[in-house]
Design a protein around this ligand. Structure first.
Ligand code: PMP
Length: 309
């Protein structure tokens, strides 16, 4: 099995997909990326790539902001990705990383104009990012989620992730699993790489996008599943920090983290500290859907069949 990447317009062995040290994106974070999961379904003998088109729509939105021009449509990017996965022959869960970037080898140049652009997509075997069975121990970060007036938070700009990484590093160094970031106004925004939901007084709620939230694809799936399968709406509203302590259930959603219960925040137990019944129900539904086991949601999964060498 030779793992391939799509790099500079062609499929090459992963180790040959390299960039030079003068590359603009390496110095300044001038890139836009996505994280996409491929979930292996052994019974069907194929990979289900979850919500691939939605990830590329978000990537292209980021490219617009960052003035990155790619010679590919969203559909072209999906086709390239499926081919990369099929050629690589993975038969286990994977994490797919597309990245569009300012590819020119030019430093001391603080301008997005006049630079060449590049696109690369690769995948790595990927299991658990965070323990989805044990409720996570979270803390409120001392770092704040970036305002749109600083760096646009609604797309995945590489440079923005310094913020997430500082928050996650601080949390882990203090013995927590994950950081919850507030925005500049003090409202709950999101985790370092996850959106957040609370269940309180019979209502499932999540912060609105204006609270500097990434429009998470898992967030949107959970809103759809809640409406379709549980017959209720997720309410988008401001959530003050203190409300997290009072919630009956809190959970995080993200491509890497899937759907993970929060058991405590700042060492205060949430609910009874265990995964609550609503979180469990949504997690069960979600896990079946991402692996292509729920025919009703099969259109969210793009199949890729490993090529036999
Ligand atoms: N917020 C941030 C900051 C993230 O990096 C991610 C992961 N992409 C999410 C939320 C969740 O988004 P998604 O469900 O699209 O993975």
């Amino acid at each position: 099995m030779t793992v391939v990447a799509f790099h500079k317009g062609e499929f090459v062995p992963l180790e040959q997909a390299t960039i030079g040290i003068m590359t603009h994106a390496f110095h300044y974070g001038t890139a836009v990326f996505e994280g996409v999961r491929g979930n292996w379904n052994a019974e069907h003998g194929r990979m289900y790539i979850f919500r691939l088109e939605e990830h590329y729509d978000r990537l292209l939105a980021g490219c617009k902001i960052m003035r990155i021009k790619l010679p590919y449509s969203s559909q072209d990017l999906c086709d390239i990705t499926v081919e990369m996965v099929e050629r690589s022959g993975f038969t286990q869960d994977i994490y797919i990383r597309p990245i569009a970037y300012k590819a020119e080898e030019r430093v001391a140049y603080l301008n997005l104009g006049g630079l060449g652009d590049g696109f690369t997509v690769m995948a790595v075997p990927f299991g658990r990012y965070i323990d989805t069975e044990a409720p996570a121990k979270c803390c409120t970060s001392s770092w704040r989620r970036m305002e749109d007036t600083v760096i646009p938070p609604h797309v995945k700009i590489s440079g923005l992730y310094v913020n997430s990484i500082l928050a996650k590093t601080e949390a882990m160094a203090a013995g927590f699993d994950e950081a919850i970031l507030l925005n500049d106004k003090g409202y709950v925004s999101e985790g370092s790489g996850e959106n957040i939901f609370i269940y309180r007084n019979g209502q499932l709620a999540t912060p609105p996008l204006v609270d500097n939230v990434l429009p998470g694809i898992t967030r949107s799936c959970i809103m759809d599943i809640t409406r379709n399968e549980l017959g209720t709406q997720v309410v988008e509203r401001h959530i003050p920090r203190s409300e997290l302590y009072l919630a009956e259930e809190v959970f995080l959603t993200g491509t890497a983290a899937h759907l993970t219960a929060v058991g405590s925040l700042d060492n205060q137990t949430i609910g009874d500290g265990q995964m609550g019944p609503r979180t469990r129900r949504l997690q069960d539904l979600y896990f079946d859907i991402v692996r292509g086991k729920n025919p009703k949601y099969l259109h969210w999964c793009t199949p890729a069949t490993p090529r036999v060498a």
